[in-house]
Ligand binder design. Structure first.
Ligand code: NAD
Ligand code: MG
Length: 384
């Protein structure tokens, strides 16, 4: 029986993780759940899975839920300071918090040498150097959950060092929209993704292609290839989740339905594969697969991500922070769609690519980048 902690249990990935656990009750049990604002769902999850410990990081949610869950015999905590103690018997930590908020708990788990199944790409983007350091020092492991990186991870089990990674992208809801129409995009348009149903932040990132940019950085961090060996390919059908190309030119691909429960299940069961009740792929029904070059000029966020990882140091963290601010402003209708990448680019231009010294240094950079991005958003808002 693998004991599992789910951080970000109430989100899209967290909920699907609990579905995978329910599919295999004799293999997995939940011993820690962490949620933030969704009190009703977290209550239901806790009463159903009966973890030993529950972390509730939003104060108002903590006040609402803690007495009831304590009454039901669970240990309830309000911040990450108690996480390591709660993880002592845990075999695998599923990191499904969204954004930079996932950095601290992920590092705490890695400092215990834990295996972390990581969906939270922003942690790798912003704190990749600290993650690499913790992996080396404490002997933990990361199993990627992001579908593309799970695909690459599965291809790599064939062994060897790939020459290139071919990272597939659905292209988002606007892949065929002309540039003029992109200026008028609002949150409702951007929130309807053609192939995946995900949290709000990652859905907007998919529409700007920033998600693919973050995933390029994620791939560099996970698989140790330079950024120019990671090629993005637009693939509308989202059937090929990603590919690796070996030194002789051979390409290996991982295919499946667009169902996040598959990469989640693989991260939980690795190195084994489990039978499940999820729908399987019918290639004859799909018939045709398309591949195309991204529209670089119309979706500049992708290029920014390459620039950030090539400059290195704090720059990916600056990009990530600026993007989180700009996406939140866009969702609040205070910033235009095309301005998201402008804010990220101008924020990056205001920083030098210094090395990341520590988590404290990274938090300072994160705050400074958020402040700069807020200022740029206000200026852009005034122009609206
Ligand atoms: P979501 O918005 O649906 O869920 C986010 C979760 O994080 C929630 O449980 C929320 O309570 C928690 N959370 C948010 N802010 C927090 C904070 N400040 N402190 C503590 N907890 C906080 O997001 P999602 O779509 O499930 O994505 C989660 C992560 O997985 C993201 O990093 C995303 O990029 C990545 N990812 C998601 C998908 C997908 O299909 N949804 C695919 C690949 C990767
Ligand atoms: Mg992905």
């Amino acid at each position: 029986m693998k004991e599992i902690a789910v951080l970000g249990a109430t989100g899209s990935i967290g909920r699907q993780t609990l579905q995978v656990v329910e599919e295999h009750p004799s293999l997995f049990s939940i011993s820690v759940l962490a949620g933030h604002r969704n009190a009703n769902l977290l209550r239901k999850q806790a009463l159903k899975f009966r973890p030993k410990a529950v972390f509730i990081t939003a104060p108002e949610t903590y006040r609402e839920l803690a007495p009831e869950l304590k009454q039901a015999g669970m240990a309830v905590f309000s911040d990450w300071q108690d996480l390591q103690e709660a993880l002592s018997t845990v075999d695998l930590v599923l990191g499904a918090i969204s954004g930079a908020a996932g950095i601290h708990p992920t590092l705490l788990a890695l400092e215990m040498g834990k295996t972390v199944a990581l969906a939270n790409k922003e942690t790798l983007v912003a704190a990749g150097d600290l993650v690499a350091d913790a992996l080396q020092r404490y002997g933990g492991r990361i199993i990627p959950v992001d579908s593309e990186h799970s695909a690459i991870f599965q291809c790599l089990e064939a062994n060897g060092k790939p020459a290139r990674i071919l990272l597939t992208a659905s292209g988002g809801p606007f892949r065929h929209w002309p540039r003029e129409r992109l200026a008028e995009v609002g949150p409702e348009d951007a929130l309807s993704h053609p192939t995946w149903h995900m949290g709000r932040k990652i859905t907007i990132d998919s529409a700007t292609l920033m998600n693919k940019g973050l995933e390029v950085i994620e791939a560099v961090r996970l698989f140790g290839l330079p950024a120019d060996a990671v090629q993005v390919l637009v693939h509308e059908e989202s059937v090929v989740h990603s590919m690796v190309q070996w030194t002789d030119g051979t390409i290996m691909a991982q295919l499946g339905t667009a169902d996040m429960r598959l990469p989640i299940q693989y991260a939980l069961s690795w190195p084994d594969r489990l039978v499940n009740s999820f729908p399987t792929l019918d290639l004859a029904k799909i018939g045709t697969l398309h591949f195309a070059e991204p529209r670089w000029a119309d979706f500049p966020a992708l290029k920014l991500a390459y620039r950030a990882i090539e400059q290195g140091g704090i720059m990916p963290a600056v990009l990530n922070a600026a993007n989180e601010v700009a996406v939140a402003q866009f969702l609040d209708k205070k910033l235009g769609f095309l301005a998201i990448a402008d804010v990220a680019a101008e924020t990056m231009a205001a920083f030098k690519a210094d090395a990341v010294e520590s988590l404290a240094h990274l938090s300072e950079v994160d705050q400074a980048a958020r402040a700069k991005a807020q200022e740029l958003c206000r200026q852009a808002g005034d122009r609206l």
